[in-house]
Design a protein around this ligand. Structure first.
Ligand code: NOJ
Length: 555
């Protein structure tokens, strides 16, 4: 069963902790999402992706799950979830859940049983070793192996020590995961976003990681990314679970290359529908450390986006995203969160939403929410930011100023500050005291001030979503990059049957001269959308700061 409805859908990601608090405890919850369901409906999206809402001790904000079939009490109850699903479906909104099965929490019953000395079926549910097998480091800093006093053995954790990796080599474990997935699907959910799903198969023999030049750190990537059994497991999951439902699946692909992405998402592979890839998220410092103060170069961004657009054009499918709960806010990152805030937010939306693939909007992006800037590391919550701070301070000798600049630019907490609903206290997110700082700019940037303004960023997103639903060329058209060397303008075309679209995006604060290719000379055209009044196609255009225009040609 596969209607491929996900090719025509726009997805809205909710990070429940920061979306809307309904009971005044300062933490967003499921009832809060229900309160805002009509807001989501009015935006026009088709699918909601919920970051994890399962029971969890919250070492990594819910990505450490202690019970896959229970709801985190802070977020509500299973009854609340059922109500949300009902309310969403009533409005024709689908819901996909975060599926975190590379690891669990160490408080999950499987791990509790696995660490016991007595033999049980759970003994091999995780990855255990008598001696530390290698020098791998966890993504959150320190060794990836932790000694467990109870079992007197080491276990592998690619993330925090409270997130032990599951042993996918064990068929019984896989069956338990599939059972749990089917349980959710039988409830009526519409698919999964699969957390770091390309890490589930580790290399045979746990080879030593190579030392990264100029650092005391090692590289485990070749041994954990897209390991030898990954496709086998994904195919098995498809056959046993996914193929039984009319759902969508999107996998998170850490360090994923194009060939593997094509293999996973190609229709014939029968694995997943699409992947989140990361190359464009590393654009400031390609192939190196994520923690940098450097700003991106447009040429690099264009090259990466185009590689993926072309690479999955006829085989596979792209997911299109500029940000999520792990990334800085796009308007601060690739746009301008000062003078040209509104223009640049709209321009970025155009640039992404006219591409081929399924677009994802991260909560708050649709109103142009920006990065936060907290003074000291103590004010940050994110486990990854804290680990990075320690690493750069103590082992790499960075100055306080330099580290904080990196944190301000790249911290995951940039995306996690509460949603800005209105100008009341705490931006209308909570009546209580919010679990995390509200951005001080909430009086300017909030839903209330944009929802009825036809010129707002929010209204612009709505228009883009309507366009995607009105023009088949946006779904199907072939993509071609224009002027790859231009460091100010991102221009590309889409082509389908007798139609052509020309997308022109000025990524600069300056007026920029842009030459429309002669193949468009004297062709009849129409402006589909633009972020300045009265833009018209001319041979030589003088683009205004952060101008974005989309022209449709029909011959
Ligand atoms: C990716 C998730 O998006 C991130 O938030 C989490 O920390 C890691 N996977 C580990 O689950």
């Amino acid at each position: 069963m596969n209607g491929q409805w996900w090719k025509r859908s726009v997805v809205y990601q909710i990070y429940p902790r920061s979306f809307k608090d309904s009971n005044g405890d300062g933490i967003g919850d499921i009832r809060g999402i229900i309160e805002k369901i009509d807001y989501i409906k009015n935006l026009g999206v088709d699918v909601l992706w919920l970051s994890p809402i399962y029971q969890s001790p919250n070492d990594d904000n819910g990505y450490d799950i202690s019970d896959y079939q229970a709801i985190m009490p802070e977020f509500g109850t299973m009854k609340d979830f059922d109500e949300l699903l009902k309310q969403a479906h009533k409005r024709n909104i689908k819901i996909i859940m975060d599926l975190v099965v590379n690891h669990t929490s160490d408080e999950h019953i499987w791990f509790q049983r696995s660490r016991e000395k007595e033999k049980s079926k759970y003994q091999d549910y995780y990855i255990w070793a008598k001696e530390k097998p290698n020098n791998w480091e966890s993504y959150f800093g320190g060794s990836a192996w932790e000694y467990d006093e109870v079992r007197e053995m080491y276990y592998l954790h690619l993330f925090s020590r409270k997130q032990p990796d599951l042993n996918w080599r064990n068929p019984e474990l896989r069956e338990d995961i599939y059972k749990m997935m089917s349980w959710w699907l039988d409830k009526g959910i519409d698919g999964f976003r699969m957390d770091v799903i390309n890490l589930i198969s580790k290399a045979d023999g746990f080879p030593e990681g190579e030392v990264i030049e100029g650092t005391p750190y090692t590289e485990k990537a070749p041994y954990v990314i897209c390991g030898p059994q990954m496709h086998t497991y994904l195919k098995e999951m498809y056959k046993k679970v996914l193929s039984n439902y009319n759902i969508m699946t999107v996998g998170e692909g850490l360090g994923l290359g194009l060939d593997e992405a094509r293999k996973i998402t190609s229709e014939n592979s029968k694995e997943l529908n699409m992947m989140f890839t990361f190359e464009h998220m590393d654009v400031e410092n390609i192939g190196k450390e994520k923690w940098t103060e450097q700003r991106f170069k447009l040429k690099d961004l264009k090259q990466i986006m185009s590689k993926w657009q072309k690479g999955l054009e006829h085989e596979g499918w792209n997911s299109l995203y500029w940000n999520n709960h792990d990334q800085p806010r796009v308007v601060s990152r690739f746009g301008d969160d000062g003078l040209f805030w509104e223009k640049s937010a709209k321009m970025l939306a155009v640039c992404l939403h006219m591409m081929k693939g399924t677009p994802y909007i991260y909560q708050g992006e649709e109103i142009g929410m920006t990065n936060i800037r907290l003074k000291t590391i103590n004010e940050y919550h994110d486990i990854e930011s804290k680990a990075a701070y320690e690493r750069y301070k103590n082992y790499m000798g960075y100055s306080e100023e330099k580290i904080m600049n990196c944190i301000h630019a790249r911290s995951r907490d940039n995306a996690r500050s509460p949603m800005q609903w209105d100008t009341t206290r705490n931006a209308g997110f909570t009546d209580g005291s919010p679990w995390f700082e509200v951005n001080t700019n909430y009086e300017k940037i909030n839903v209330e001030s944009q929802v009825n303004d036809p010129d707002s960023i929010l209204s612009f997103y709505r228009e883009l979503i309507v366009l995607r639903k009105s023009y088949e060329i946006i779904i199907e058209g072939d993509y071609n990059l224009l002027y790859p060397e231009d460091d100010n303008v991102y221009a590309y075309t889409r082509e389908w049957q007798n139609q052509k679209i020309l997308v022109i995006c000025n990524f600069s604060k300056e007026h920029i001269a842009f030459q429309v290719p002669s193949s468009f000379d004297n062709k009849e055209n129409r402006l589909l959308i633009g972020n300045y009044e009265g833009a018209a196609l001319e041979k030589e255009m003088l683009l205004r700061p952060y101008e974005a225009d989309v022209f449709l040609f029909t011959s």
